[in-house]
Design a protein around this ligand. Structure first.
Ligand code: SAM
Length: 213
């Protein structure tokens, strides 16, 4: 995501630890306690400006949503939206997905979304793809039994790689779509990047998967 560096972003984020957790020391309780209810917890990794999270949280008020984003300049836009239009079921983590185990206890995540993350097409960058087995292993550790990963991308190479990576990891795949917007799925909630790619006429790929017990 190309976005101008915003030197003020860090400060605004630091001023709102009630909405954005930046270090594990700010997380003194479980996420359910933090949200103040027992509702399921859904996480989007690489959430960007948080548009998907915003749409999801309105469509599903009885689910708690957490977006993880490493870029402060991008995340701050999600924070500003939250400050303008408060949604009690949305929070952010300003951090790297690699540090997932610092922010979640085993079994705390009930669904994980991977939407339009960087494809890292060069072989030498395979380890950076968010569906590389090291990331799958992190997800498995924090997800509840039977919890699903839902992934969308415009990048066929990343999609095929992810199908293979998840399958090699022993995950079960289902509801695979090679052209989401020309499929019969009716409850699709659009992400910011999905909107851009769809407008350009690009195909959107989608999958659901879960760890076999
Ligand atoms: N999910 C959003 C959407 O569909 O519109 C944003 C997609 S954007 C292409 C990918 C985002 O993932 C970027 O904002 C990037 O900073 C973030 N990202 C990539 N790798 C990450 C990581 N390891 N940890 C946290 N965020 C990451």
């Amino acid at each position: 995501m190309r976005l101008r560096h915003k030197p003020w972003a860090k400060q605004l984020i630091e001023e709102h630890p009630e909405y954005v957790i930046s270090s594990v020391s700010q997380l003194q309780t479980s996420w359910k306690e933090l949200f103040g209810n027992d509702n399921p917890v859904y996480v989007e990794v690489g959430t960007g400006k948080g548009k998907f999270l915003d749409n999801m949280s309105r469509a599903y008020p009885n689910i708690n949503f957490i977006g993880i984003e490493k870029s402060e300049s991008v995340l701050v836009m999600g924070l500003q939206r939250l400050l303008n239009e408060y949604q009690s079921n949305v929070r952010f983590i300003n951090g790297d997905v690699l540090d997932l185990l610092e922010f979640f206890q085993p079994g705390e995540v009930d669904r994980l979304f991977i939407n339009f993350t960087d494809p890292w097409p060069k072989n030498k960058h395979e380890k950076r793809r968010l569906t590389y087995n090291r990331f799958l292993s992190l997800y498995e550790k924090v997800m509840s039994d039977g919890a699903e990963i839902h992934m969308k991308t415009d990048n066929q190479g990343l999609f095929e790689y992810s199908l293979e990576s998840m399958s090699r990891y022993g995950m079960t795949l289902k509801n695979i779509s090679m052209d989401l917007h020309n499929s019969d799925k009716e409850d699709n909630i659009i992400t910011e990047y999905e909107e851009k790619f769809y407008q350009k006429g690009q195909r959107i790929f989608r999958l659901e998967s879960f760890f076999s017990s």
